[in-house]
Design a binder for this molecule. Structure first.
Ligand code: 5GP
Length: 207
């Protein structure tokens, strides 16, 4: 099938911080093939257990601004007072290799990626069943100070309003079920008709 694909596909996930996007992704990787997770660059401090080059590339504000000015980002945004961005080159490479490129980015990044790659992008909004459940998860995660948790909750109330703009909605209530649904989405987006070289297929089919 790879020969008839024009390029890879993008699976873009957004949702309030603490809704379980990273845990869900870690759960589904074993069940999907040929994917590339886009490791973002951020100016926020690493959390306990995070490693440079695994969850994020951690950088300084000065370096981040230089990268913006040099056109190194496919998209970037300021979220909760820190900068986050997606580097352009690894994404182009993964798409040329016809991979499923997975983004975990906020609603501002969503708008920028949709604008640039609408044909090949499928979007999923992930959330907890309620705001109080999100607050509970952010508090029990124990990785952030009260001040940071409050910023994330304030932002979550804004982000939830984007829910209708996404192709799929995952309510992460039952973790196993949500993971299963995410695997289904990851598989189905790779056979989206707009990813294929239709002319090529038709001419081969006619012969
Ligand atoms: P966290 O600090 O919890 O890891 O991430 C905070 C928010 O930033 C999350 O909503 C996450 O999806 C978003 N985010 C992470 N990387 C990027 C990125 O490269 N671009 C944008 N626009 N948002 C990002």
């Amino acid at each position: 099938m790879e020969q008839i694909l024009q390029k890879g596909a993008i699976l873009l996930l957004s949702g309030p911080s603490g809704c379980g996007k990273s845990s869900l992704l870690n759960e589904v990787y074993k069940d999907i093939d040929n994917y590339y997770f886009s490791i973002s660059t951020t100016t926020r401090d690493p959390r306990v257990g995070e490693t440079h080059g695994v969850e994020y590339f951690f950088t300084t504000k000065e370096q981040f601004i230089d990268d913006i000015n040099n056109g190194n980002f496919l998209e970037w945004a300021e979220v909760h007072g820190n900068y986050y961005g997606t580097s352009l080159i690894p994404i182009q490479k993964a798409l040329d290799e016809k991979k499923l490129v997975i983004f975990d980015i906020d609603v501002q990044g969503f708008e920028q990626v949709k604008e640039k790659f609408s044909n090949i992008t499928t979007t999923v909004f992930i959330t907890t069943p309620s705001l109080s459940e999100l607050e509970k998860r952010l508090n029990t995660r124990g990785t952030d100070s009260q001040d940071i948790i409050q910023k994330r909750i304030t932002n979550a109330k804004k982000e939830i309003k984007y829910i209708s703009q996404y192709d799929y909605l995952l309510i992460n209530d039952d973790f196993k079920l949500a993971a299963k649904e995410l695997v289904s989405i990851a598989n189905i987006v790779q056979i989206k008709s707009s990813l294929f070289n239709h002319k090529n297929i038709i001419s081969k089919w006619l012969n």
